[in-house]
Ligand binder design. Structure first.
Ligand SMILES: *Cc1c(COP(=O)(O)O)cnc(C)c1O
Length: 401
């Protein structure tokens, strides 16, 4: 309970309403302004020199930082319990920054979870591998296999997600974090699906925690963004690299993200509660073959879930298979939805339904998809904050279509 209260308070207050010092006028805006300046000057050139030299905090040039992005970074750093953060143009840009930072002075080998967000798998295969990075894919729900891969390949980075899409598998983050620490390898954790309301990966030994801000943290489907939160050891390197690469998030998007995050803990609690009720309803539905949701006591990762998840919260994602359905039957159901939005993305205030075989896992060969357990009758729901009876009623009528 204590932890939840503090996340709610952080979400509303951190980064905003900075008190002026003696050199500034005495008014304080109740929200951080959208600072649009590309560059900054000082009364004394010596001050600009000190800021450029990192000897004094301050602003100099928009690619290096901006008061609005600083506020957002401070806020997400506090929610995740890291040392500092870098807001990036998208979640993919944030992942790219985290991986590039980890590998800059380490062995160019990555041990990666075989179940990762589709674009993350794509980036490893199409950007890092062609640049000479070896990527070894391992089933992260098998920690003995992860331990063996770290031992054998001595990677420069480990990449995983807290909750894997779309089958909501949950690897033993705490045990993998301990393996990474023991081998002194930075662990990069994409925490987009679990969010810091459910899991805070730094507590399990992560070196970088990455988010697509586009999803739960912003939560309203109106902005793109990403963020890398870093531990102390890697922060200076992350910032230095960011200055030259320039994946920065614009001040408007930073503002929208901060506005969204103020209600993120509230939304997340509601989404988790709604998702649990929807999952329970689906389990009992005669047209539903199978439901994937972390509160299921027979979930293959139930032990990890019990250890790692905040009490009573199981996330807002429910996947389910429709009995005997092919692609046409799934399309018919999705076309029949009246309130639920059949769009890509997740974590928004509105409930969304996605067809993994067509969208998130489209680029995976059908045979491989089937091996991963992603069948043609599987759909993924990102449950929103609406009245749960309305979500259930819409699902019920669509399942009859
Ligand atoms: C959406 C998503 C990303 C990519 O984020 P973008 O903001 O779309 O670039 C990365 N990882 C996960 C788990 C995601 O859901």
């Amino acid at each position: 309970m204590e932890k939840k209260v503090s996340q709610h308070s952080r979400a509303v207050h951190v980064g905003d309403r900075k008190r002026p010092d003696a050199t500034q006028p005495a008014w304080v805006p109740v929200t951080i302004p959208i600072h649009l300046a590309a560059s900054y000057f000082y009364n004394d050139m010596n001050d600009l020199d000190r800021v450029f030299g990192n000897e004094m905090p301050g602003q100099s040039y928009g690619r290096y930082g901006n008061p609005t992005s600083d506020a957002l970074e401070e806020l997400v750093t506090s929610l995740e319990g890291g040392a500092g953060a870098l807001a990036c143009a998208t979640g993919m840009a944030a992942l790219h920054m985290a991986i590039s930072t980890a590998l800059i002075d380490r062995r160019r080998t990555i041990v990666a979870a075989s179940l990762l967000y589709g674009a993350t798998l794509g980036m490893l295969a199409k950007v890092f591998e062609p640049a000479g990075v070896d990527v070894i894919y391992v089933d992260f729900c098998d920690d003995a296999a992860v331990a063996a891969a770290i031992e054998k390949h001595k990677p420069g980075a480990i990449v995983m997600e807290t909750i894997c899409n779309p089958l909501v598998r949950v690897p033993a983050l705490d045990r993998i974090g301990a393996l990474a620490k023991a081998a002194d390898v930075p662990l990069i954790v994409d925490n987009t699906f679990a969010t810091p309301m459910i899991i805070r990966p730094f507590e399990s030994g992560a070196s970088f925690v990455v988010h697509s801000l586009t999803k739960y943290l912003s939560g309203h489907g109106d902005t793109m963004g990403g963020i890398v939160v870093s531990d102390e050891a890697n922060l200076a390197q992350l910032r230095a690299l960011s200055r030259t690469v320039g994946f920065t998030l614009g001040p408007f998007e930073c503002y929208l993200s901060m506005r969204g995050i103020k209600t993120f803990p509230l939304r997340m609690e509601r989404q988790c509660a709604n998702a649990r009720k929807v999952a329970e309803w689906l389990v009992a539905h005669p047209a539903v073959e199978r439901v994937y949701f972390p509160s299921d006591p027979k979930h293959p990762d139930a032990e990890n879930i019990g250890r790692l998840f905040a009490e009573g919260l199981y996330g807002g994602i429910v996947s389910f298979e429709v009995k005997g359905a092919d692609r046409d039957r799934i399309f018919r159901m999705m076309n029949a939805l009246k309130m639920i939005v059949p769009a890509t993305s997740l974590g928004d205030v509105h409930t969304m339904m996605l067809y993994p075989a067509m969208a998130s896992h489209r680029d995976i060969a059908p045979k491989h998809r089937a091996r991963l357990g992603i069948h043609d009758n599987l759909v993924r729901l990102s449950v929103g904050i609406e009245a749960v009876e309305d979500i259930i009623a819409d699902l019920d009528q669509a399942l009859r279509a």
